[in-house]
Write a protein that binds this ligand. Structure first.
Ligand SMILES: *Cc1c(COP(=O)(O)O)cnc(C)c1O
Length: 228
């Protein structure tokens, strides 16, 4: 577990350097520790090293870990694909959702968000490469979906998220810049999708250079994931 502490330190230093190089404050960038397929022990080790934001992809697995770690103050982010019949437990147990890609999911998350809880903070996921195996709305549908979310009383629209197609640095930069341009365009049109959720272990520094506010880092913190 000391390895997790060391790797977290290393990622934090790299985030600070990337922010500084981009003329940004390191505090403005939120590190999400992507803990899918990692045991509760590993999350607790990262928590003891000061990490508070954790991201999970698979609902049942996440709920088990939440129960095991209910003594810790953790901000849980859902970053997996959302089936319509899973919106209630997601709305009840997570504080953040990065992967809304259609209206039906937004409406159901709003319906199922408990009144006693703060509004659910959400991102619209964009499928920039039109890849069938990935979730995400088409860029052309982003504005309508963002406006619908902004009109839901139990949701708080936070921004746009993407997992661009894997590729070289130049191609990845192009996708990151395009997501940022889409965000800027929405803001200019009066849609308050302020933040960008982009960048993973292999490319979070590039994402920060391109304006990312939330980087989602898994294997660079926890090591390789065991097979599911
Ligand atoms: C798994 C996953 C990550 C983290 O990937 P790493 O390469 O391990 O950093 C980030 N975002 C999403 C949506 C993921 O599914």
């Amino acid at each position: 577990m000391t390895q997790i502490t060391d790797q977290l330190d290393n990622i934090r230093r790299r985030i600070a350097r990337a922010a500084e190089a981009a003329g940004r404050a390191a505090d403005d960038i939120t590190l999400l520790a992507v803990s899918k397929q990692q045991p509760a022990d590993a999350i607790e080790a990262a928590w003891r090293a000061g990490q508070r934001h954790f991201a999970e992809n698979y609902l049942q697995e996440a709920l088990q870990k939440m129960r095991a770690l209910s003594h810790l103050d953790i901000q849980w982010h859902f970053i997996g694909r959302i089936q319509a019949n899973k919106t209630r437990p997601i709305a009840e147990h997570f504080q953040w959702v990065h992967t809304i890609d259609r209206e039906r999911i937004a409406v159901r998350l709003n319906e199922h968000r408990p009144d006693a809880a703060a509004r659910l903070k959400v991102f619209v996921q964009i499928n920039q490469g039109h890849e069938p195996q990935k979730g995400g709305a088409a860029e052309a549908d982003a504005e309508a979906l963002a406006r619908l979310i902004a009109a839901q009383p139990r949701l708080e629209l936070r921004g746009l998220m993407s997992i661009p197609p894997s590729g070289g640095e130049r191609e990845t930069r192009r996708y990151f810049e395009r997501l940022r341009a889409l965000r800027d365009d929405l803001i200019a049109r009066g849609v308050g999708a302020e933040s960008l959720s982009m960048g993973m272990s292999a490319d979070f520094e590039l994402a920060i250079a391109c304006g990312s506010d939330f980087v989602r880092v898994g294997s660079a913190i926890f090591g390789p994931r065991p097979p599911r």
